[in-house]
Ligand binder design. Sequence first.
Ligand code: GUN
Length: 296
Amino acid sequence: MATIIDGKLTAATIKAEIAARVAEMVDLGKRRPHLAAILVGHDGGSETYVANKVKACEECGFTSTLVRFEDTCTQDELMEQIAKFNADPDVDGFIVQLPLPRHLDEQAVIEAIDPRKDVDGFHPINVGRMSIGLPCFVSATPAGILELLDRYQIPTSGKRCVVLGRSNIVGKPMAMLMIQKRQPGDSTVTVCHSHTQGIKEICREADIIIAALGQPGFVTADMVKPGATVIDVGTTRVEDSTRARGWRLCGDVDFKAVEPIAGAITPVPGGVGPMTICSLMINTLKAATGEIYPRN
Ligand code: GUN
């Protein structure tokens, strides 16, 4: 029986720690950290993420602002809002919820955000600083996974870590973080993707598997070494007529089959998901205190 890595519980603990820090700041006469979000359109997943971010801000004692645009909005309108948040001394950090409608240039949007307010850690300055081990905003999902590995004392030094997926948001930063000279880190990392040959054999060698492909149930029991740690980043909505809302979240790991073999495993939901939002709160607190980029 594997240890179930409880992201929901860990996230609740961390949010309580953050709320205590915020209460101290307020007692000292400082203003509350302020996270702003821009949401374009009405994508179901994005609506849920943003609603959860607003709720997490309340739990942590942060101020939050949500600016919405219709999915017909122009690049210029979006850029104008980003410039406003960049210039607003009252906003510590902000995010633009991704994905954006196809007519908008996502990379230009990311690069327009002031790296000092880029609490998503997507700006090339933050990605670059992360890759050479400098203080920066680390993107929320990989940061949340590191926090889980740390709090559950999963050994990573010298271990073989296989990252499934090479997205800019999860796979690439995750691989980069796991090879850093630090704890958790110091792993030997292999990144697998759609063109990788022999994925099953590669996974079977892994002490840690981090699955971020977006393919429900991709990691099966025959791919997991007994005792391995399995981190499931997948959050695909699959139809489920037994649920009132008509769908459920499905991870990249066949949990039922893998759990008896693994040493530790994250469930979906309640694993990585709650930690992602928690990391965003940690980054916003760091933006407010100026501990990564000193505030002018
Ligand atoms: N879409 C999926 N994950 C994320 C995230 O971490 N940040 C933003 N801005 N959009 C996302």
